[in-house]
Design a protein around this ligand. Structure first.
Ligand SMILES: [Zn+2]
Ligand SMILES: [Zn+2]
Length: 451
């Protein structure tokens, strides 16, 4: 195993002991103060002692959990490298505590071929930051007309399919996608929105949009497609994942679909459980996203869905846009915000501090749940698992400063927020790839065994 240390360069290390932290691993129902032992790029054990480790990380006061997984990230390579590259996005992920991410196919050209999927994986390996899993397009060129070569995409490493950036509007194409993806045991992720109902919209349709005189996007545009796709998942037996769920009715539809045994899952993004559409009164494009910020009733329903397990995954929908693009007038600015580097503190603010979810419940939605959904061997600290570990300082108080983001883009609505909780040290494949520092100790010499 290799260990990167700024003072000593890269050295071969046999074992790392992460000492005295609160180990939270929902995949094994572990929540206890203990040591975590890593060796040869793998998890060795939680708790019991090995010999003296070469590297000791003092994790007292920190949470030790499986590396976080964000299954909804937009990297902009190829096509818009000025907004983000695979390398900068993967570095921003680490700074946010994320060791594995799934990237969306709305690049230019679209991620709709085996070669495009392989390119993403290669670039991520070169960057040596977070693990990157490509999500292939459902349709060729994301045009919504004919199915992409799903089998070739799987061969290239695609872990799921979506046309995100846009919905699969055609019901028959969606039906075929669910049928084909089932053959590969992959999930179809859908940006649920009836396009005809949102043309020209910049924000949620309702009291605030009328007050501001801005074109709206009705909640029904999402509800209708969620209802349709749950029914299509039901008749095909395919797996459907609702991306960035944002309306109260959608949450209820997913809940009811699950009750009927439909293979439907859902994710929620931090902005959809912390912000509402009245923020658009500022005309700040950092509050413009798709799906849009909704009302308090919707926020409460999303939180309710997270609490009762209807929504099993937290994801960021990290959508970087350069300042030149995002600073246009509200109706011309692109949708979306960066999210990787604010994931932990905004989740603490929205879910943990108000008492909606506990740390283990939040960590479950960021580790084993997304891993199972994508069928990737991540999200656990079981012995033998990849040594991807996130150390979280749950009490760290800091101010979000977009100028300090590792992401190439700065488009966040949370700049200046005083928050609590952040990633402290992040380990991927047994390498410390990100750390705020101050807790890592090296043992040069092993003490002789007692005689
Ligand atoms: Zn989307
Ligand atoms: Zn997206």
């Amino acid at each position: 195993m290799r260990f990167q240390s700024p003072e000593r360069g890269e050295t071969e290390v046999r074992t790392i002991q992460i000492k005295g932290g609160r180990v939270v691993d929902p995949s094994q129902d572990i929540d206890q103060v203990a040591d975590l032992w890593l060796g040869q790029g793998r998890v060795l054990a939680v708790g019991e002692g090995y010999d003296e480790a070469e590297v000791v990380i003092d994790a007292r006061g920190l949470i030790i959990c499986p590396g976080l997984i964000d299954l909804h990230v937009h990297l902009r390579e190829p096509g818009n490298e000025e907004d983000e590259t695979i390398a900068t996005g993967a570095e921003a992920a680490l700074a946010g505590g994320v060791t594995s991410l799934a990237c969306m196919p709305n690049t230019i050209p679209a991620l709709d071929s085996q070669g495009a999927a392989e390119f993403v994986i290669l670039q991520a390996q070169r960057a040596r930051k977070a693990n990157v899993y490509p999500v292939g397009a459902v349709s060729k060129g994301r045009k919504g007309e004919e199915l992409a070569e799903l089998g070739q995409l799987v061969a290239g490493g695609a872990v799921a399919f979506t046309d995100d950036g846009a919905p699969v509007a055609s019901a028959s194409l969606m039906r075929h996608a669910l049928e084909y993806a089932k053959m590969f045991d992959r999930v179809i992720m859908q940006h649920c929105q009836v396009p005809e109902l949102t043309v020209g919209g910049v924000m949620n349709e309702g009291y605030e949009s009328m007050r501001l005189g801005l074109p709206g996007m009705p909640a029904a545009a999402e509800d209708i497609m969620v209802a349709r796709d749950i029914r299509l998942a039901e008749i095909t037996g395919g797996r459907l994942h609702i991306q960035h769920i944002s309306t109260a009715r959608s949450v209820e539809l997913v809940r009811e679909g699950k009750r009927r045994g439909v293979l439907v899952t859902a994710e929620a993004c931090p902005h959809h459980f912390t912000l509402t559409d009245d923020r658009l009164r500022t005309f700040d494009s950092n509050f413009k996203m798709n799906p849009p910020l909704r009302t308090w009733g919707d926020v409460e329903a999303v939180i309710g869905g997270l609490k009762d397990g209807t929504i099993e995954v937290l994801a960021t929908d990290h959508a970087p846009h350069s300042p030149e693009k995002k600073m246009r007038e509200l109706d011309l600015a692109p949708f979306g915000i960066v999210g990787l580097e604010t994931l932990i503190p905004i989740t603490v603010h929205g879910l943990i501090e108000p008492g909606h979810l506990s740390w283990p419940e939040v960590i479950r939605k960021l580790t084993i749940n997304p891993a199972q959904l994508l069928k990737i061997p991540k999200g656990t600290l079981r012995p033998g698992a990849d040594a991807d570990v996130t150390l979280i300082d749950p009490e760290a108080r800091w101010t979000i400063d977009p100028e300090k983001f590792r992401s190439k883009s700065r488009n966040t609505p949370y700049g200046g927020w005083e928050v609590r909780g952040r990633a402290h040290t992040v380990i991927v494949s047994g390498e410390v790839r990100y750390s705020l520092g101050g807790i890592i100790h090296h043992h040069q010499h092993k003490s002789p065994p007692p005689s």
